[in-house]
Design a protein around this ligand. Sequence first.
Ligand SMILES: [Zn+2]
Length: 203
Amino acid sequence: MLAFFVMALFAIEKTFTASACQEDDTLKIISREEWGARDAKHITNMSNPVPYVIIHHSYIPGACNDTDQCKQAMRDMQDFHMDDREWWDIGYSFGVGGDGLIYEGRGWTRMGAHAPKYNDQSIGICTIGDWRINIPPPNQLKAVQDLIAFGVRDGRINKSYKLLGHRQTRPTECPGQALFDEIKKWPHFSSTTKEVKMPANTL
Ligand SMILES: [Zn+2]
């Protein structure tokens, strides 16, 4: 009798936990203020939901393993994009670090600068690190997938979105061969959008 009572209590607790998870439909995103972003020089709004999600790697800076390093990587990428490339802001919609955290770039509703012809209809996610040889650690990959899933639930990304690697939009090695092979296995990967081949003499 006691055993039955304990089992029943356990079952109730499990049910309660499951429903609590479903109701808590939020995603922690490190804000621009938290990583010390500079103000954008200009903003162009973008309507949601977007039909494309485009995956990048940073190549440089390399992988970051704690939150201080990842915040620095976001600042370095923003400086490079604004000062060297003379863009209005960091190019990506979001960065994802090896600490398993998501960092706000231009966010959901500001047009990015990361993939020509797709910037006004896509979310660009930079998986911080060089993923030519190795794939990112599981917590980093999970954070990318969580971000996409949240975007779909929240009406930011179209339910029938297409997932692309950057190299499918222009000649580039990005997002690295290992990461590109990984995302080919993910839901919504668009195998009909062909890679844009690079000239032989470029990286
Ligand atoms: Zn890229």
